[in-house]
Design a protein around this ligand. Sequence first.
Ligand SMILES: [Zn+2]
Length: 138
Amino acid sequence: MTECVFCRIVVRQIPASVVHEEEHALAFMDLGQVNPGHVLVAAKAHVENLFGLQAAQAAALSAVTVRVARAIRAAFAPQGLSVYQANGKAAGQTVFHYHVHLVPRYENDGMALTWPVKNPPREKLEDYAAKLRSVLPG
Ligand SMILES: [Zn+2]
């Protein structure tokens, strides 16, 4: 038996309140509910993070993420919606199975993200872009 909690949810060894399921994706309510309507969209196959997704999985997961986001907007009418997806411990990932958080948002709801901008000079941005273009997968 797998120790991965999301794999166990996929095979229903752990109960979850499922919103939507299809070949590559399972959307279910996050136990923590930062705000009512907080949903996780997870890969059905065990993939640790974004870097391991195949193209078909990525496309399907993105489409389900958008569909469920629209459902959250229709059902809960939040003032906003945050999409949060972490890859690696340093990024804040705690369950090492690819998933996206869809969090309905409201002014002053207590959720915060520190965004420590560095504002490098334009030449640095060009250097960064060139570095990425040189290794961008086809
Ligand atoms: Zn898993």
